[in-house]
Design a protein around this ligand. Structure first.
Ligand code: GLN
Length: 488
């Protein structure tokens, strides 16, 4: 048994019983990172010194009987989540040397519990993409097959957890950026209900869609991390005041009589045969567990992708206006006047996909096109929300595939933005409706992981965890990524 291959709940037991020290655990992970990083390239920054210092503090906490769930647990944070004193690049030249003066609320909560931050993970620039190839610094490889992408935009976080570089990681999900890479890397990833987790300190992409969530090795760990990161935050006006449930109390195997909705629209054209068959087998598992499978329909789902790319780009074009070299961002060396300074700085600092989104978004918001594009997309958003509401009158959760394909080859879609956008076809509607969703591994197709998506009602994360846990127990996913020696 290697320390780095353990789950949070396993590590916690060893730590609380003082069978290992946090320092030993941290060193084991730092070694693991050194061993696999040359192949995986999941990380932008490794915070070795900070981690060792935090480890010593966590050991003190345990010694003094102050240990909590995440005390001494190693974590990696997506590099668009602010960390005080630690570079936060968003994988963009624009923020190459940006060091935030404060922590995101989620980071603050992890540190309060005594978690050990090992580093910051790679992403598609400003979280725009589905493969992590849009990073200005490096391309992360999928630990299951190094010639393939880990998904995106939180590909670094997903790959890091799959390759045992951390016990868990944080990512952000605007249109699928936690669930899709979790699916492609064979780990668990959850996007909570909009408003459940504070966005304070998350670098904004599309503020009405963005949510932070965990990547973990199993569903139990997902519940543990969720317990820590959720809750009202006065610094985020969209974070909601709700009673904090204990999500671990939903780790039950019984789902008898539960109504599980399956929408035919989630099995539309473009889905790979292997993915479809694996997900259908998963649905059979729910039947065997005594759940009722109910046919439902989300008729407007076919418009989710175009609506998403208009809304997300419109919000991005406005959010990214702050990178003008004065308030934030790269400053051009040579320029003639103020306008030229903005133009040159932004031309040099932003990559191709980010520029494409800014142009799309600005166009959709410009007078004369606003009604035709942006306003229409908002109307579609309402229709999709209504579709889900109607569906949830008939069922408790909805299950389907997370991604229409398994991990695709590096370079395969980089010249075809539309092919890249299609990777999000089953995830964006969940953000559009503000719902919670989890992806968990349900099998392999051609030796690559397939993700099962479970979507719940607003703030029904507990139910999602219940369903996902029941499935996980009945359908143990024991396969390990082999491309890095399979040492798990
Ligand atoms: N792949 C989607 C996009 O490029 C979603 C990104 C995300 O969730 N951050 O916009």
């Amino acid at each position: 048994m290697e320390l780095y291959s353990l789950t949070i709940h396993q590590l916690k037991e060893f730590l609380h019983k003082k069978e290992v020290s946090v320092l030993e655990v941290t060193r084991a992970y730092l070694e693991r990172i050194k061993e696999v990083e040359p192949q995986i390239d999941a990380l932008i920054t490794i915070t070795e010194e900070f981690a060792l210092q935090r480890a010593k503090e966590a050991d003190e906490k345990i010694k003094n009987g102050e240990a909590k769930d995440l005390t001494g647990i190693p974590v990696i944070i997506k590099d668009n989540i602010s960390t005080e004193g630690i570079r936060t690049t968003c994988s963009s030249k624009m923020l190459e040397n940006y060091v935030p003066p404060y922590n995101a609320t989620v980071v603050e909560r992890l540190l309060e519990e005594g978690a050990v931050i090992l580093g910051k993970s790679n992403l598609d620039e400003f979280a725009m993409g589905s493969s992590t190839e849009n990073s200005a610094f490096k391309t992360t490889k999928n630990p299951w097959d190094l010639s393939r992408v880990p998904g995106g935009s939180s590909g670094g976080s997903a790959a890091a957890v799959a390759a045992d570089e951390a016990a868990f990681a944080l990512g952000s999900d605007t249109g699928g950026s936690i669930r899709q890479p979790a699916s492609l890397c064979g780990v668990v990833g959850m996007k909570p209900t909009y408003g459940l987790v504070s966005r304070y300190g998350l670098v904004a992409f599309a503020s009405s869609l963005d949510q932070i969530g965990p990547f973990t090795k199993d569903v139990t760990d997902c519940a543990i991390v969720l317990n820590t990161i959720i809750g009202h935050d006065p610094m985020d006006s969209t974070s909601l005041k709700i009673d904090k449930p204990d999500y671990t109390s939903y780790l039950k195997e019984d789902i008898k009589g539960l109504k599980i909705g399956v929408a035919k629209e989630f099995f539309s054209t473009g889905i790979e045969k292997g993915v479809k068959e694996t997900v259908q087998k998963a649905i059979k598992v729910f039947e065997d567990l005594g759940a009722d499978i109910i046919d439902i329909s989300i008729p407007y789902l076919e418009y989710a992708l175009p609506a998403y790319y208009i809304i997300a780009s419109a919000e991005a074009s406005s959010n990214l206006a702050r990178y003008d070299g004065i308030r934030y961002g790269h400053i051009a060396k040579n320029y003639e006047d103020l306008i030229d300074m903005y133009m040159t700085g932004r031309s040099e600092g932003f990559g191709k996909e980010v520029k494409r989104r800014i142009m799309l978004g600005t166009y959709a918001l410009s007078s004369g096109y606003y009604d035709a594009y942006y306003k229409k997309a908002l109307k579609v958003r309402t229709l999709i929300k209504n579709d889900f509401e109607r569906a949830f009158e008939k069922c408790d959760v909805i299950v389907g595939p997370t991604s229409p394909t398994v991990a695709f080859k590096i370079g395969e879609r980089t010249n075809d933005p539309l092919a890249m956008y299609l990777a999000d076809i089953y995830t964006v509607s969940v953000n559009i409706a503000g719902l919670p969703g989890i992806s968990l591994p349900c099998g392999l197709s051609d030796g690559l992981p397939v993700g099962l998506q479970v979507i719940g009602k607003h703030f029904d994360e507990g139910r999602i965890i219940n369903v996902a846990y029941a499935f996980e127990q009945a359908n143990k996913f024991n396969a390990k990524p082999q491309a890095i020696g399979g040492a798990r």
